[in-house]
Design a protein around this ligand. Structure first.
Ligand code: SF4
Length: 480
């Protein structure tokens, strides 16, 4: 859809709202001086009597007008909400059904709640604001408030020297058809795994130096990917040894290894992980539907997941997370619900239910209708909740199926700190490995990012770039 702005230049808020409401359409800005054409909307901010007026109009002649509070000026950041609200309320009647997240477009609804709580609102008031000011459904409002309260509590407990670490292993046994990560299929790139591990060990050593010099206390480590369990036994042992040798783990409360795909997991790797201090692993079926697994390029079966889960339980006292994805191509409501039932029947400590996010412009087909209904995901949440899991973090993505969300559930007391800190951006996270993005969160809310080379080949061949990133981190931490 083409959009025109008059009297303001709030391109991003308007564009994000249009993407959220009409994800299958292309959206572009037009110049009102050149006249209006095609199917368009206009967002205008103009002076009224003693106050500003936010107005939205469309090519059909529909108009929605909103009086802004008296005294509010055009450059007030809160004005974003008024121009978005006018447009949302104009377009709402054209939608098949109201979006469950209303006019919220941000990927972190819980962050909004945390800010509301920090301003002195009670959780009940925050829920009311989400429902009445942002048109969020009561169920999503309650989900956001619950997650916002968890992240607020984590934030309150954080010390000034806390840091959490991410170590990325960007290799997988095969590329899933829906994957948008930089992950390399070992069938073509297997020869790069060992050089990558060697480069990573150098970075672990360098990171250890930086953290010791700046007196940082490591609270959690998360080895993610990719599929970290793609490392062979020797590589995994060397990585864990390096972690123990170079990092001070005196304050470490959580150590996760994303095992991910069962065909990469062996009892020996799990023993090495447990001996290396790993206390939490992830075994990710994504779906328990064999046909869908094959369709998306996974090399394992649902039975492999079950066998792997039991092997992990027998090997060590891990907390186990299991990831599922709602809206996978070829899946449908019944099969999704059945996958959820099968996974919770295994009784993992955490269950994460993602909604399929597609790359921009890629078609999304789910079941017969091609859409993922909120009711289906609600049913899944109910099944998970009935087994004693409580939602504790959530995030949304652009182009996410059904405009829904990804939600992490945990049995009380088994929440993953790293997920909360990283997703909610409430503390510093240093990232190692290719594609790693270190984020330092400052008191005023701004975030400083330090990036590593994106692709493994650059990472392996560019030790000086890693040194530069570490040097930048050292300088930033000295002043932070
Ligand atoms: S296992 Fe995960 S990272 Fe690897 S290809 Fe599949 S979705 Fe991507």
């Amino acid at each position: 859809m083409r959009f025109y702005l008059i009297g303001h230049e709030r391109i991003n808020p308007i564009l994000q709202l249009l993407i959220c409401l009409f994800p299958d359409e292309e959206h572009s800005q037009g110049n009102p001086d050149e006249g209006f054409e095609g199917e368009y909307v206009i967002s205008e901010l103009r002076a009224g009597e003693g106050r500003l007026i936010a107005e939205a109009r469309d090519y059909r002649g529909h108009v929605y007008t909103l009086d802004c509070p008296a005294g509010m000026t055009a450059d007030d950041p809160a004005m974003n909400e008024y121009v978005r609200r006018a447009l949302y309320l104009l377009l709402l009647p054209q939608l098949e059904q109201p979006p469950v997240w209303g006019m919220l477009t941000g990927v972190k609804p819980a962050k909004l709640v945390r800010n509301m709580l920090a301003r002195g609102m009670t959780p009940a008031e925050a829920a009311t604001s989400l429902r009445e000011d942002y048109y969020v459904t009561p169920r999503r409002a309650s989900l956001a408030v619950r997650s916002g309260a968890v992240s607020r509590d984590y934030k309150l407990q954080m010390g000034p020297r806390d840091i959490d670490l991410y170590i990325g292993i960007p290799f997988c046994p095969a590329k899933c058809s829906y994957c948008s990560f930089v992950s390399n299929d070992v069938r073509s790139w297997g020869h790069m795994v060992e050089p990558y591990v060697q480069a990573l060990l150098r970075e672990v050593e360098g990171m250890g130096r930086v953290l010791r010099q700046t007196g940082r206390e490591i609270k959690s480590i998360y080895i993610g990917g990719g599929t970290p369990s793609i490392l062979n036994e020797d590589q995994l042992a060397r990585l864990l040894d390096a972690v123990h040798t170079h990092f001070d783990l005196g304050s470490l409360g959580e150590f996760t290894l994303e095992a991910g795909r069962p065909e990469t997991i062996t009892a020996e790797k799990l023993r090495i992980a447990a001996q290396g201090g790993v206390g939490r692993i992830s075994i990710n079926p994504q779906t328990m539907n064999e046909e869908v697994l094959r369709g998306v390029g996974r090399l394992h079966t649902a039975q492999d997941i079950i066998d792997c889960y039991h092997m992990a339980r027998e090997t060590a006292d891990f907390q186990i997370n299991m990831d599922l994805i709602a809206g996978l191509p070829g899946d449908d409501d019944q099969s999704l619900i059945s996958s959820v039932e099968q996974v919770v029947a295994l009784d993992p400590d955490n269950v994460t239910l993602h909604s399929m996010a597609r790359k921009r412009g890629a078609p999304l087909r789910f079941g017969k209708t091609g859409t993922l209904a909120a009711e289906t995901v609600d049913r899944c949440h109910d099944i998970i909740g009935q087994k004693g899991y409580v939602p504790y973090y959530l995030y949304r993505q652009k182009y996410i199926a059904g405009g829904l969300e990804n939600t992490g559930f945990a049995k009380p007391g088994t929440e993953c700190r790293y997920n909360v800190v990283m997703m909610e951006e409430i503390g510093d996270v240093a990232a190692l490995g290719s594609g790693g993005v270190t984020k330092l969160v400052y008191e005023d809310g701004h975030i400083e990012r330090i990036t590593n080379p994106k692709y493994p080949i650059e990472y392996i061949q560019g030790p000086e770039k890693i040194e530069q990133s570490l040097h930048k981190l050292l300088k930033a931490l000295e002043n932070h």
